[in-house]
Design a protein around this ligand. Structure first.
Ligand code: G3D
Ligand code: MG
Length: 172
């Protein structure tokens, strides 16, 4: 809950990235602390809220979790327009999803919101044995594009709180 005298920040956050990279799972881990082995595919987009108490401020996240399928691509600007933060997710066990993530980053740069906090997230880092994208590749691409980078696992909860805290701090 908000602490007395603490400022309250409302932040629209959008998740982008290929279908199946774990966007919904990341959000559910953050918002509900849960993970599902059989996560229903998102249709269009889903909306969640979560409140994060930081020492500097209380951040109210309005989270738009997009579907990721190409046929919903034309809807994406509706979700990232006016966003304070964008999380671009790929699956470390799929090089194709990393390629797609790079395209999302380019699209976000073209839309020209210089204040947008962008995070590149390599999810499913519990699948080390199936890794197709090295950490260094993600790290380097993020650095070149002024984003911060984390590898996460919605399954084990690794780096999920770190991700949202980092975004929150950047918005304070
Ligand atoms: P999306 O919202 O990006 O489309 P989902 O992705 O959150 O629907 O997840 C797609 C599948 O990946 C789901 O499995 C889900 O359980 C799994 N998944 C999500 N995050 C992780 C993770 O960190 N590690 C592992 N190992 N799996 C994860 P199904 O079987 O339903 O396709
Ligand atoms: Mg989804």
């Amino acid at each position: 809950m908000a602490r007395p005298g603490n400022k309250i920040i409302q932040a629209k956050l959008v998740l982008l990235g290929d279908m199946g990279t774990g966007k919904t799972s990341l959000v559910l881990r953050f918002v509900k602390g849960q993970f599902f082995d059989n996560q229903e595919p998102t249709i269009g987009a889903a909306f969640f809220t979560q409140i994060l108490s930081l020492s500097e401020a209380t951040v109210k996240f309005d989270i738009w979790d997009t579907a990721g399928q190409e046929r919903y691509h034309s809807l994406a600007p509706m979700y990232y327009r006016g966003a304070a933060a964008a999380v671009v997710a790929y699956d470390i066990s799929s090089a194709d999803t990393f390629t797609r993530a790079k395209k999302w980053v380019q699209e976000l740069q073209r839309q020209g919101n210089l204040n947008l906090v962008m995070a590149l997230v390599g999810n499913k880092c519990d699948l080390e044995a199936k890794r197709e994208v090295e950490s260094e590749e993600g790290e380097q691409f993020a650095q070149e594009n002024g984003m911060f980078f984390l590898e996460t696992s919605a399954k084990t909860a690794q780096n999920i709180n770190e991700l949202f805290h980092e975004i929150g701090y950047k918005r304070c």
